[in-house]
Design a protein around this ligand. Structure first.
Ligand code: TTP
Ligand code: MG
Length: 576
């Protein structure tokens, strides 16, 4: 077979995700306009509400005015969304060879299907016009694992709308095949989780993501090869993931022949829309982009021409660490009596996050065990020395009980472990805490492994056509075999606290002195992608930036909530 070079990338974005999770909990809400509230805005709303003019990230007051019978459900506790997101992702991941799947936020998934597609291309013969069913193999070794499809019945849409009946070039055929795979995965997600999603199929992450947003909800769009540049050309410059707010504004200025002072850029309303097509007709070399993009001219030049060399990273199934923190004004926390309830609240939150992120589908097994509990604090000081201090202890076995109420576990953990860590850190008689951070770190790789496929057996019947028996074994890496060990709480006393030096306990992030810590939770995978998309790995995004992850631009009142939203998924969760 002729060897093709283009990767085949699928991108999935769940429809009105939070609303859809809430609807599944209460199906009566499916047919009414539903909004999910966070503070004073709608984090999202279902499509019934959208049909009545309600918008994502709208002020609650405006949304209610727009739609009198809008049902509003509070969505500030993200636990239920995290659990569904994790379960769907783990499920999807099982289809994909070499685990080339990557999560973006809670409701987006990239898949690199290149190898699956090319294997199937080697097995199949494309017959233009044929209505005979073909069979897409999900396994190299098991010819019965897969699904039937008809080449000529392309699922979903194409961009531009396809005039002819079938694919012609090899790349067309590969992408058509990928569309069938995307459709199959969407159907599986719908059948097993009752969530619809929109998908994009293309040869880069950038174009697959943008293609998926052309037809929503519950639809998919294949970006036909050769049309990438034309497709990109129609997008507003600020909508291109990877082009930051300031760069977009400077590019607009250049194209429109005006200037905005640097210090005013953040406060400028975006009134004129400038498309990529207009930009590249005015700015004709990467060098011209350099001064407008902080030296990223080459990179942005490529993006504007539909070229995105970033690859789907095989992300780990669990975060590398989970941490929660809160900050306090001077005088608020100055003694143990004031601190203990705070430690309890933070620890409880941490345990909730551990349950949401680290317990497998079905809720019966831990996917990983953090070995250590880490407490970090920072004092208010006069000399502006804002360094954090940390101390870690072993995570006791009872933390992994699945039957003890979390409140009870939190209380015991604080009493037996956390207060001791604090006393080890704080030797002064008088103190004022400025920050408290609790973290589950050092995710244990206990050898062995948990087969996630077994966990899904509780969610759906195992079927020959679904199983991918040849799945490479490396996907077990990093998953801990915890069958009996941690499922019931040990009766004996917890192990004494063992101090672990900071540089030993994590094998990972170190906290910079005097800085706000940004701890990426999803390890290298997301860290890589966030760099590619200009984003969260680089300490958040500034006010008025279009979101580097989703590319959305927001009204000013929504910025904080939006930033908190992405932070809560990928960085430390900040309470309050
Ligand atoms: P989106 O995919 O942007 O929105 P959505 O899934 O609700 O709607 P769509 O059908 O258009 O894809 O974000 C996913 C979820 O993330 C969304 O359900 C709510 C949450 N969210 C926030 O909490 N704050 C935000 O600023 C954004 C953009 C999303
Ligand atoms: Mg979505």
């Amino acid at each position: 077979m002729e060897q093709s070079k283009e990767p085949i990338i699928l991108h999935f974005d769940f429809d009105c995700f939070y609303a859809s999770v809430v609807e599944n909990e209460n199906p009566a809400l499916k047919t009414v306009p539903l909004g999910i509230q966070q503070k004073n805005i709608l984090a999202t709303c279902n499509y019934v509400a959208r049909a009545q003019g309600v918008k994502k990230l709208q002020l609650i007051t405006a949304a209610k005015k727009q739609c009198k019978n809008l049902v509003i459900v509070n969505g500030e506790d993200l636990t239920r969304f995290r659990v569904v997101s994790k379960n769907i992702w783990l499920f999807v991941r099982e289809f994909v060879w070499h685990n080339l799947t990557e999560r973006l936020g809670l409701d987006e998934i990239f898949i690199d299907a290149t190898e699956m597609i090319d294997f199937n291309m080697s097995q199949l013969r494309f017959q233009p016009g044929s209505k005979d069913p073909s069979f897409f193999r999900l396994s190299r070794n098991d010819p019965s694992a897969g699904f039937p499809f008809v080449w000529d019945e392309l699922p979903g849409y194409t961009y531009p709308p396809a005039a002819s009946s079938g694919p012609h070039s090899l790349l067309h055929q590969r992408l058509f095949l990928a569309s069938h795979l995307a459709s199959f995965i969407r159907t599986q997600i719908l059948t097993n989780f009752n969530h619809t999603c929109s998908a994009g199929i293309s040869t880069t992450k950038l174009t697959a993501k943008l293609a998926g947003s052309v037809n929503k909800p519950d639809a998919q769009t294949l970006l036909l090869p050769g049309f990438e540049a034309a497709f990109l050309a129609g997008h507003e410059i600020g909508k291109v993931p990877g082009v930051g707010f300031k760069s977009a504004q400077k590019i607009r200025d250049k194209v429109l022949g005006r200037t905005t002072k640097d210090e005013e850029i953040e406060f400028t309303e975006i009134s004129e829309k400038v498309t990529v097509g207009t930009v590249i007709s005015v700015i004709t070399t990467p060098a011209q982009l350099e001064p407008l993009t902080g030296g990223n001219g080459q990179k942005i030049w490529r993006l504007l021409h539909g070229i995105d060399p970033s690859r789907v990273a095989a992300a780990p199934i669990v975060p590398t660490q989970i941490s929660i923190e809160d900050t306090f004004r001077p005088g608020r926390i100055t003694c143990l009596n004031q601190l203990t309830p705070v430690l309890h609240q933070l620890t409880l939150k941490l345990l909730q996050r551990m349950h949401a992120d680290l317990i497998g589908p079905g809720g019966e097994k831990w996917l990983a065990h953090p070995k250590n509990f880490r407490l970090s604090i920072r004092f208010h000081t006069r000399n502006r020395d804002f360094a954090r201090m940390s101390r870690s202890g072993r995570m006791p076995g009872y933390v992994f009980s699945l039957s003890t109420p979390l409140d009870v576990v939190a209380e015991r953990l604080v009493r037996e472990v956390v207060v001791g860590l604090f006393k080890g850190l704080c030797t002064e008689r008088k103190w004022e805490l400025q920050l408290v951070n609790v973290a589950a770190v050092n995710m244990a790789d206990g050898g062995g492994g948990v087969d996630i496929r077994d966990m899904f057996s509780t969610l759906r019947p195992r079927s020959e056509s679904w199983e991918n028996k040849e799945e490479p074994t490396e996907y077990l890496d990093g998953i801990v075999n915890n069958s009996q060990q941690y499922n019931s709480p040990p009766e004996k006393e917890p192990e004494p606290i063992k101090e672990v030096k900071e540089d030993e306990d994590e094998g990972g992030e170190q906290e910079g002195e005097g800085e706000e810590v940004v701890e990426l939770e999803w390890g290298d995978g997301l860290s890589d992608s966030s760099v590619e998309y200009g984003g969260i790995g680089s300490r958040g995004f500034s006010h008025n930036d279009p979101c580097p992850i989703c590319g959305e631009r927001f009204p000013v009142f929504a910025l904080e909530a939006h930033q908190r939203f992405h932070q809560s998924e990928t960085e430390i969760e900040i309470l309050g």
